[in-house]
Design a protein. Structure first.
Length: 92
């Protein structure tokens, strides 16, 4: 069964990850997931009249409890230390 447009939007909102380039591209984490660049973050926030997007489903690349990227407008906040018992990350 094909997903509805609303189901696709919800999936992307939950599972999309950022990348340090521009535009959208396929994610390395799955065949249907996407990654979004700084321009996508800027456009979304500007269109929604928001200053910050806060997300939390991925361990920050810096190994800390939080990470701020995309000109300080996209924050990843992650509370679990040593995620899954295998990573050495710090939680927020």
């Amino acid at each position: 069964k094909a997903w509805t447009e609303q189901e696709e939007i919800l999936f992307d909102a939950l599972w999309a990850d950022s990348h340090h380039g521009l535009g959208s591209k396929r994610s390395e984490r799955g065949r249907v997931a996407v990654m979004f660049g700084e321009d996508v973050t800027e456009r979304f926030l500007d269109d929604a009249n928001l200053s910050l997007c806060l997300r939390s489903h991925r361990v920050p690349q810096n190994g800390g409890g939080f990470e701020l990227i995309h000109n300080g407008r996209l924050m990843t906040l992650f509370s679990a230390s040593k995620y899954g018992g295998v990573l050495q990350n710090r939680g927020a």
